[in-house]
Design a protein around this ligand. Structure first.
Ligand SMILES: [Zn+2]
Length: 322
């Protein structure tokens, strides 16, 4: 007699009803879930008497037919008791920045190694702009994060959400709809009280060849990267004082910060995140009072063939939400 052993020993949880005498990964998932539900069961992957007893007690407690067998509806119901802790980064409407240290994402609890978790990024129209997926190395939390890009380009600013896709998410419990977040490419560079300039000379083009915007704040007020990227220059110049130039990772433009209080510890080639604190407002170099002189240069950048342009409209916008 030939005994055919179907390949169900590796069936995913919920693919087959489970009963006495069966074994497999899905049985150990069942045992784990029964334990979580308050019916302690050793997770040995063997559906024996102890597992049947736990299953029966769970059925009785849930007013289901008590037979110690777990039908597919039973398994679904048990799994639904443990919604995946689908955690979106931050609350609804939170500002998420391109190139920042914190990335939007979701996480899911996975009960077995090898389970694939997938998620989608949707824009405000509901269109899916990216899919994310990862295979769990071990049971536990799998986190999926979005780098803010669609293909190679930064996603347009707007409202997005990341939610778990239910495609291959089998051994993890259900999904929850997360909220949307606001996605932006920049943050206002001064962290604290400031003004955006006091007179025409503070403006781009004001005074002799003024190539940026002077914004006043107390010396020592933190300065953060309006957009993260790669440090192009960090040094001292008799007019600029301590200064830093960063090439933005999203748009390739140059972001220039001058009259900084201290010599920077950053050096050419360092990577900086959007919103990362990089300096303090100062008055080094030729500066009349504590202020940040800020410049924006088109690609390919600062004294590399790019052109300085008036940063004030953008600064006003960034200041309005950050
Ligand atoms: Zn200036």
């Amino acid at each position: 007699m030939v005994l055919l052993v179907p390949a169900v020993a590796s069936a995913a949880f919920g693919d087959r009803p489970l009963k006495m005498g069966m074994h497999g990964k899905d049985v150990s998932v069942l045992q784990t879930l029964l334990t979580k539900a308050g019916f302690r069961t050793a997770a040995d992957g063997e559906f024996g008497r102890a597992t049947r007893r736990s299953a029966g007690r769970w059925e009785a407690a849930r007013d289901r037919e008590v037979n110690g067998r777990m039908s597919r509806p039973d398994l679904r119901a048990l799994r639904r008791e443990f919604p995946a802790r689908s955690e979106q980064t931050g609350p609804v409407g939170e500002l998420m920045l391109f190139g920042a240290a914190r990335r939007p994402g979701v996480s899911a609890e996975v009960t077995e190694a090898g389970a694939e978790v997938s998620a989608v990024v949707a824009d405000e129209t509901g269109a899916i702009v990216r899919t994310l997926s990862r295979r769990a190395q071990a049971p536990g939390t799998v986190k999926l994060t979005w780098n803010g890009r669609i293909g190679k380009a930064p996603a347009p600013e707007g409202s997005y959400l990341v939610r778990l896709g239910d495609g291959a998410l089998r051994s993890s419990a259900g999904t929850e709809p997360p909220g949307a977040f606001e996605f932006r490419h920049h943050v206002f560079p001064i962290v604290g009280r400031h003004d955006l300039g006091r007179n025409g000379a503070n403006r781009f083009g004001g005074g002799r060849g003024h190539q940026g915007q002077d914004m006043f704040a107390k010396c020592g007020t933190p300065v953060r990267a309006a957009q993260g990227g790669t440090v192009e220059y960090a040094g001292y110049h008799s007019a600029a004082g301590n200064y830093i130039v960063i090439r933005g990772s999203g748009d390739g433009e140059s972001y220039v910060y001058m009259h900084l209080r201290d010599a920077s510890s950053l050096t050419k080639g360092d990577k900086v995140k959007t919103g990362e604190r990089i300096a303090h407002v100062g008055q080094t170099g030729r500066a009349d009072g504590c202020h940040l002189h800020f410049e924006l240069w088109t690609r390919p950048g600062w004294y590399k063939g790019g052109k300085a342009y008036d940063p004030l409209p953008k600064l006003r916008e960034w200041d309005s939400y950050s």
